[in-house]
Write a protein that binds this ligand. Structure first.
Ligand code: GAR
Length: 194
């Protein structure tokens, strides 16, 4: 069985979309794959309870308990590797990862970013898209490399920016598409590569 470990920091709606797709599409029998654990850097992340309600193991590695980014990443890596993952999926995981961490999971570390990369890496993507006068926005699933929000693109979804959009209304429109493309990109990887 191929283990998927999902990292979250908050509500975990992308994580829930992946867990639901895995159940609905029977990834266990189709791809011999399962979501083995959901790990957060925030003990209060709402997504942890959601994962538990699906019978998935959860864990917290609190970044504030570590003196450096390197020490946090080493502890996080140990916790992730406990589940021997074939795939590590960042789903709203709001920490910058060290090159050593990224290298350790080279080729099996995915992220979803709420913009049409390479436009708008970093934070506040929706407000920046509105401020730039973009007519379209979206989300990108990509392999993670050492450079923040870069790396080979696996899937993208495009949505219109509508008159009167705020960062929140645009984020909500993009998020509905994230929930479609992230499970789809993972399923494609599971069937083709891993
Ligand atoms: C999603 O929009 C995701 O693309 C974004 O955070 C949100 C998490 O929502 N990720 C980033 O900004 C990463 N830099 P969720 O917790 O409901 O999945």
């Amino acid at each position: 069985m191929k283990n998927i470990v999902i990292l979250i920091s908050g509500g975990g709606s992308n994580m829930a979309a992946i867990v639901n797709a895995a159940h609905r599409e029977q990834w266990a029998t189709r791809y011999q794959a399962r979501v083995a654990a959901v790990i957060s850097n925030q003990a209060a992340a709402g997504g942890l309870a959601v994962a538990q309600s699906h019978g998935i193991a959860t864990d917290t590695v609190d970044h504030k308990a570590y003196a450096s980014r390197e020490a946090f990443d080493a502890a996080l890596r140990d916790r992730i590797d406990h589940y021997a993952p074939s795939l590590v999926v960042l789903a709203g995981f709001m920490r910058i990862l060290t090159p050593a961490f990224v290298q350790h999971y080279a080729g099996r570390l995915l992220n979803i970013h709420p913009s049409l990369l390479p436009a708008f890496p970093g934070l506040h993507t929706h407000q920046r898209a509105i401020d730039a006068g973009c007519q379209f926005a979206g989300a990108t699933v990509h392999q993670v490399t050492a450079e923040l929000d870069h790396g080979p693109i696996l899937a993208q979804a495009v949505v219109p920016v509508l008159a009167g959009d705020t960062a929140d209304t645009l984020a909500a429109r993009v998020l509905t598409q994230e929930h479609l493309i992230y499970p789809r990109a993972i399923a494609a990887l599971l069937s083709e590569k891993l």
